[in-house]
Design a protein around this ligand. Structure first.
Ligand SMILES: Cc1cc2nc3c(=O)[nH]c(=O)nc-3n(C[C@H](O)[C@H](O)[C@H](O)COP(=O)(O)OP(=O)(O)OC[C@H]3O[C@@H](n4cnc5c(N)ncnc54)[C@H](O)[C@@H]3O)c2cc1C
Ligand code: SF4
Ligand code: SF4
Length: 431
């Protein structure tokens, strides 16, 4: 029996959402499996996206809404794939769907249940720059706008203490603490892996002072600091203080040498951050330290030119022997310049642009999906062919940063190619 009319997409970032909408439009029933309680992936952490600096929410929210409202797409949040059996045309997939403890149909997203919760936790979706309760939505504007409870931290569900505060606060009877995790079986003809990537752990490289000095940030932390729905509501102020930076150094390519490749996106991210700083803080001094400047296409080069003109950033072609130290709340960035001379800068904020690395679930997913990983650890395409989306297991496809670092446009391009590949393969089974 063939299940060609049903498909599975794993990961609801921009690649997974775009692919799901196209597959649904072609008449397929789509199961979209996302491990978090919200959909949207990394792009919704960015206030504005290069190269056009458009508002990311304005770009992505209509896509998120379309996914959630499409009758052909069953979005399964808080879910992970545990097993994939079978072959192209008739895969049998086991999915673990964790309990949300709040009803997707009864909740109106009013937020009345968060306030009375006595448990405060660090909010990892906000890169630990803010807090959340045990019942939470990761950020304002989350879609679906329905809270989830972290059972291990909830007093009642973990058995630590009796508590019913959120249930009592909800006037819509939307919270159900008796909900349980569900094991589900899906039957699909083809599968798309679109699980994205992670960032290099910069705390491994102690010379940059990350984790030691509060004014050293990563690029993704800075995105949340700038975002109007972020932990400081978009105010750029240094961690644990009300100070705004007057001079900022952006250090590109952190982890590039250790990973052994250029991620191709981070220079554009650092340029975007120069624009953000100039735009919000006016006469801030900006410095960029980099190995190579990687701005790979004509749109990006125009962006680079405009940002350099706008921000008057100063660039240093050196990543050698960088060492960040702090004295009296001033950061000193020492480095060896292009001529081999010792040099240094005084700034009050450093933003590190870490390399983009394989997502933390990559090994597990590659085993479950029965596909290889590449030499640099991302999910691997079929070797020896020209396909940019097929894996060695027939019927299993890749798109977006799960396959390697890329920007939004390239992620969407690959998602569209993957849909083409999936539909062609499925129609060859039915004809
Ligand atoms: C700091 C920073 C700024 C950036 N700014 C820009 C920009 O301005 N413009 C631009 O073009 N690009 C930008 N990028 C790149 C952009 O974020 C990526 O191109 C884009 O997010 C890739 O989308 P994706 O769908 O492949 O992956 P993601 O956005 O990472 O989405 C993957 C989804 O899969 C889910 N997932 C992961 N594992 C599993 C699993 N096992 N099961 C189920 N679900 C899973 C994740 O929770 C996530 O929702 C930036 C990147 C960074 C790091
Ligand atoms: S669960 Fe209830 S109180 Fe909480 S957001 Fe939904 S409707 Fe509001
Ligand atoms: S029952 Fe759990 S989630 Fe609800 S308020 Fe109490 S501790 Fe918080």
């Amino acid at each position: 029996m063939s299940f060609s009319n049903q498909v599975l997409v794993i990961g609801a970032g921009i690649a997974g959402m775009e692919a799901s909408l196209m597959l649904a439009k072609s008449g397929k029933k789509v199961f979209l499996v996302e491990k978090l309680s919200l959909i949207g992936g990394n792009v919704i952490k960015n206030e504005e996206s290069f190269p056009n600096l458009e508002c990311s929410t304005c770009m992505v929210a209509p896509i998120q809404q379309a996914v959630l409202q499409d009758p052909n797409i069953e979005t399964m949040t808080l879910s992970t794939v545990e097993k994939i059996d079978g072959d192209v045309g008739h895969f049998e997939v086991s999915v673990l769907k964790k309990a949300r403890y709040a009803s997707m149909t009864d909740c109106i997203g009013c937020g009345m249940c968060y306030e009375p919760c006595p448990v405060s936790l660090s909010n990892e979706w906000e890169e630990n720059l803010g807090e959340k309760k045990a019942i939470y939505v990761p950020t304002a504007g989350s879609l679906p706008n329905v809270p989830a409870i972290e059972a291990e931290h909830c007093l009642q569900l973990s058995g630590k203490k009796e508590c019913n505060a959120c249930v009592e606060a909800c006037m819509f009877g939307a919270i159900d603490l008796s909900e349980t995790d569900e094991q589900m079986q899906l039957e699909v003809g083809a599968i798309l892996l679109a699980t994205g990537s992670d960032l290099f752990d910069v705390s491994q490289l102690t010379q940059f002072g990350y984790g030691k000095y509060p004014s050293v940030y990563t690029s993704i932390e800075f995105e949340r600091l700038f975002a109007s729905n972020g932990p400081t509501l978009g105010e750029i102020k240094i961690r644990n203080s009300d100070r705004q930076p007057k001079a900022v150094a952006m250090i590109h390519c952190v982890g590039r040498e250790e990973q052994g490749y250029c991620s191709g996106v981070c220079c554009m991210v650092s340029l975007k951050h120069a624009h953000f700083l100039k735009h919000k803080l006016g006469d801030v001094k900006l410095f960029n330290l980099y190995t190579d400047f990687c701005v790979p296409d004509k749109t990006h080069q125009k962006f680079q030119k405009n940002i350099i003109e706008e921000t008057q950033s100063i660039f240093h072609t050196s990543m050698k022997d960088i060492k960040v130290t702090e004295a009296d709340s001033v950061l000193n960035v020492a480095y060896i310049d292009a001529k081999g001379k010792e040099a240094s800068l005084n700034v009050d904020m450093v933003i590190l642009a870490p390399a983009i690395i394989p997502g933390k679930d990559t090994e597990v997913l590659s085993r479950i999906a029965g596909i290889e990983t590449t030499e640099i650890g991302f999910l691997g395409l079929k070797s020896g062919g020209l396909s940019t989306v097929e894996t060695a297991r027939e019927g299993v496809f890749l798109a977006g940063c799960a396959e390697g670092p890329k920007d939004v446009q390239s992620s969407v391009t690959q998602a569209e190619s993957a849909v083409g590949g999936m539909l062609a393969r499925l129609s060859s089974l039915t004809s």
